[in-house]
Design a protein around this ligand. Structure first.
Ligand code: COA
Length: 170
């Protein structure tokens, strides 16, 4: 007898125990210890959000407010490859937007990253520039979305516990 079982999907703040699950699906982290340090740092400062399916992390997103000209910057959104193409990253990004206390949220991705660029366009992000010289032959494209009803100034102070400490992942 077949039974339709609906998965429960939610977004929550990442905890230190989530690191192991994240590394299991993040192929970059598996090969790059700097990536692991970045995730650890974001978790410890309350800047990392996980997308959880039936209690298992299947994606994560990081926001920081100190490294990009003191602006809110979504530095990473990453989904388990097995879960891509079903619109799930939008849930993570929406959560990050909802806790962003700045009037503007910036992000960036490689020009070649069509899934991310399509997603950002769909979610109302505007292309604001590009930087060459980071990845050979693949410029970094920068995007901006104005957060409605948020602080008027880009220097808006961080007021939620998620941003209690500045994030420096060196
Ligand atoms: C980018 C990423 C977060 C998107 O997450 P997702 O949940 O799979 O996104 P969606 O399912 O909403 O798909 C986004 C768009 O890309 C399109 N897309 C998917 N795969 C594609 C491909 N190979 N080429 C072109 N477009 C593609 C989808 O059709 C969708 O566009 P549409 O809604 O206009 O049809 C996910 O692919 C990912 O984790 N990639 C690796 C990490 C990364 O690149 N992060 C971004 C930079 S930090």
């Amino acid at each position: 007898m077949s039974r339709n079982v609906k998965s429960e999907i939610k977004v929550r703040l990442a905890e230190p125990e989530d690191l192991e699950s994240i590394v299991r699906f993040d192929h970059v982290a598996q090969a790059d210890s700097a990536r692991i340090s970045q995730i650890k740092c974001a978790i410890s400062t309350g800047a990392c959000w996980v997308l959880v399916k039936d209690a298992h992390p299947i994606g994560y997103g990081i926001i920081d407010c100190s490294l990009f000209f003191h602006q809110a910057f979504m530095s990473l959104v990453y989904l388990d490859p097995a879960e891509r193409g079903r619109g799930l990253a939008a849930l993570l990004i929406s959560q990050i937007e909802s806790i962003c206390t700045h009037a503007k949220l910036f992000t960036s991705t490689n020009r070649s990253n069509l899934p991310m660029r399509r997603l950002l366009k769909k979610m109302g992000y505007k292309l604001v520039g590009q930087v060459r010289g980071l990845d050979d032959g693949d410029p970094e494209i920068f995007y901006l979305k104005f957060m409605r009803h948020k602080g008027k100034s880009s220097m808006n102070h961080l007021s939620t516990p998620h941003f209690a400490k500045p994030i420096l992942c060196l």
